[in-house]
Every structure is written in C-alpha cells, then in structure tokens.
Design a binder for this molecule. Sequence first.
Ligand SMILES: [Zn+2]
Length: 318
Amino acid sequence: MIKIENADLLEIKNWYIAKVAEKEYFEERTAGIYFNACDKTKKNNYKTKKPNYKKNKKKFNEILVFCRSNKSDIIGATSSEMGCFAESFILHFGSKIKESDAYLLFKAYMDRNYDAVTKDIGYDLVRKLGITVCPYCNRQYIFTVDSESKKIRAQYDHFYPKSEHPYLALSFYNLIPCCSVCNQLKRIKPIGVNPYVKGFEDDCKFTVDNVGKCIFQEKEEWNIALSNNTGDYKKNIDEFAINELYKQHKDYVEEIIFKARAYNEGYYDELITAFPNIGLAESEMKRIVFGNYVKMEQLDKRPLSKLTKDILDQLEIK
Ligand SMILES: [Zn+2]
C-alpha cells in the first residue's frame, strides 16, 4: 500500500467540500424530493423492498438533523475523526438504529447522494489528486479518461464501508480511489490502514526468502512475501490478498534480481558517460535499468514500484 500524497491536498479537500455542499445533502428538502421521485418511479427504485418514507419520516429526519449539525466535520473528517463520529452516532441513537427502517432509508438516501457526487466530480477528484496507480495494491494503473466518447476512472472504495456507515459516504478521506480488483476484494470488510494516513513504507517490506535460488530455478524453491504481516497492516494485506497476488509476480522478481547481479554501480557510470547528452542522474539511470521508480516519494507513479524498491534494498543496491 502506498500513501496518498499531494502537495495541494488541503486545497483539493476544500474544493471537494464546496462541491459536495452544492448537493444539499443531509437536508430534508432534498430527501423529500428523492423519496417522492422514488414513489413516482416505483418500478425502478423498489427492486429490493425499501421501507415507506412517510411512515419513517420522523426518525429518518432525526438522523438527518444529527448529521446536519456535524456536517462540515463529517465531510472533512480525518480517518480517526470518522471513527469517532461513528462511535458518537451509535452513542446518540443506540446500536439498534442500524436495524431500523429509518436507517435503511437513510442508507438509500446517502447512496443517492454519493452517486450524484461521483457522477458530477468523480473524474475531477481523482485527476486533481493525481493518483494513477492503485494505492492499495500498487499493481494496477488507474488512469482517468474523460472525453466525450470515453469515460474511464478509478473506482472509489469507502474505507469505512458506506453500507455500514452511510453518514460517511461522502467524507473526503473515506473515498479511496482504487482499482476494481481491490474494490471488489474489500467490499464491506474493514481494513486497518487508510492510505491517506500512511502506506507500508519501510514497516512492511517485500523480501525474497531464497535469493540464491531465484534465477533459473524452479519457482517453488523460493518465495516472495511481505516481511511484516502484523497489527493494522495485517487486515490490509489479507483483504487485498497481497501475498497471494504478489507470488504471481515471480517472473518480474527474477528479472530484477538478474539485473541487480548483472549491473553494478560501475555500469551506471558507464551509461552516463556513454550518453552524456541525455542528462540523466545516476538515480534516474537506475530507474531506466530496473524499469521502475525506486525512490520512496515516487512509489505512487508506477505499478510494482514498492516491490522493486524493496528487492533492491534487500540486495543492498544503492
Ligand atoms: Zn488495487
């Protein structure tokens, strides 16, 4: 997992909050419009049975009022503040609220708000954040294409699942742009670490257990796995099947180890001398030789960069 970094993050968050505010979420008026529209198009909106809005309106509005009074805090809340809000919600309403019809209605209403917001600014948000590789797995590109004829963008995972915590459906730090594989794997399961807070960095490193057997040997004779599989990280590693998936990148690992043995620091110097007009520094030459970014602050730029960096660290390639 790679930490989401952006020098303009605060500015982007404020832009997002302003955009979301235009949708008038947590307002009785917009809820009324939504549920009336549902009544008028019963066939499309009641495929799964939804509770009656009018019957549950009072309790539903109590939820709205509670959320509205905390509105600006909820949308801009940090990961830990979101956790605190979830606790205060249950403290206020009691845990049974989650089984109530009013809560089901609230979920449907927040689903509708989330759909409207992502339809409107889902592309702009991920583009502003500059995220082009899935931060959860660092295995897939998640480029954005937003032209008249083609629409492609990352999916948004809710760090705190919106089915469980619908009041956080629009919270900025709860929306994690990611690849479809990670979004599907996680679904409603909780994980331990929010990539807006931290990544694996050097706490969790890929290591090869038997480097000597890596090249031209049977793939069963060696393994690649994360060295730290504990604490908060464990949930992320397990839910995104990181170790299971990275085992399937053994051919890539072999190539990195082969190159690491074939090329040494002298080789970079030779390349720099041989191509003086290219103007590449030694670290950039390393990127070209190994085919990936290997500086910690650049790991979000290309799939498998974390794997590459960790192997080179293990091999003490400076
Ligand atoms: Zn992913």
